[in-house]
Design a protein around this ligand. Structure first.
Ligand code: MF3
Ligand code: CO
Length: 250
């Protein structure tokens, strides 16, 4: 069942997502060569606690960290470690919190120092695909309109859409119905209504869309070892169209 959130609930989901956006913005500033992903994880956790928010991922299905840090060929759910980020890497920072019973979830992919033209284009197209999808998140549209818009943007640019992981509804739980694939067919799927809140999160690969999960049970990597990027926003469908909740100011 897909929940329709009341305006008072949207206020709370907005608050949680704003906290997530503030923390991601702060982390983005910390990312440079020599920084470890574990340092970013600890920072994300302390910033959440300072704001009275609970990191949403820690303990979720046994995930042991507050932040997901997916470097280069890691697609999603990369686990923070003592390994230093290096010039030329790209890293996806995926973070969520629970605040007063409601969840926020967002992700950005950030360059470390000077990255290749290919990496830079991959990040740009992934974010563009996210925004194309968000534009379709309006009452009267179908879920497939979001999926198809993301897919079209990404594939036209020559990159591929990960199939094995998808976006999701969000609200009183981190993951709610519906699943939101980043590939699909316009006009198909459930009808979108005001009050629905979606975490839209394209994962885009430079080469094959195929991924595998490492033996740690979490880290998803590209099958061909090529780069992957990931951007995510939580978005409310309002009477006036999509509202991106995971922003610092709105
Ligand atoms: N944004 C990711 C998702 O929605 C992060 C989840 S990490 C987990 O799946 F540890 F919580 F699973
Ligand atoms: Co998510």
């Amino acid at each position: 069942m897909v929940f329709l959130r009341k305006p008072e609930e949207i206020v709370k989901i907005r608050k949680s997502n704003r906290i997530v956006a503030e923390i991601l913005a702060a982390l983005r500033e910390k990312v440079k060569p020599g920084v470890t992903t574990l340092e970013l994880d600890q920072l994300s956790e302390s910033m959440a606690k300072k704001r009275g928010a609970v990191p949403a991922f820690k303990g979720y299905r046994g995930y042991p960290f507050s932040l997901c840090t997916s470097v280069n060929s890691q697609v999603v759910h990369g686990m923070p470690s003592g390994k230093k980020l290096r010039d030329g890497d790209i890293v996806s920072l995926d973070f969520g919190v629970c605040y007063e019973g409601y969840y926020g979830d967002a992700a950005i992919t950030v360059p470390i120092g000077a990255v290749s033209e290919k990496a830079s284009r991959l990040m740009k197209i992934t974010e563009a695909g996210l925004y194309k999808g968000i534009k379709e998140a309006r009452a009267g549209n179908r879920l497939g309109d979001i999926s198809a818009a993301v897919q079209d943007c990404v594939e036209t640019a020559g990159f591929s859409i990960v199939r094995d992981f998808v976006g999701h509804g969000i609200g009183k739980n981190l993951h709610e119905e519906p699943q939101i694939p980043n590939f699909g067919i316009r006009g198909r799927g459930i009808e979108l209504k005001a009050g629905m809140v979606f975490a839209i999160e394209p994962m885009v690969n430079e080469g094959t869309y195929r991924v595998k999960v490492l033996r740690d049970g979490w880290t998803a990597v590209t099958e061909d070892g090529k780069l992957s990027a990931h951007f995510e926003h939580s978005v409310a469908i309002t009477e006036d169209g999509p509202e991106i909740l995971s922003v610092v100011q709105n």
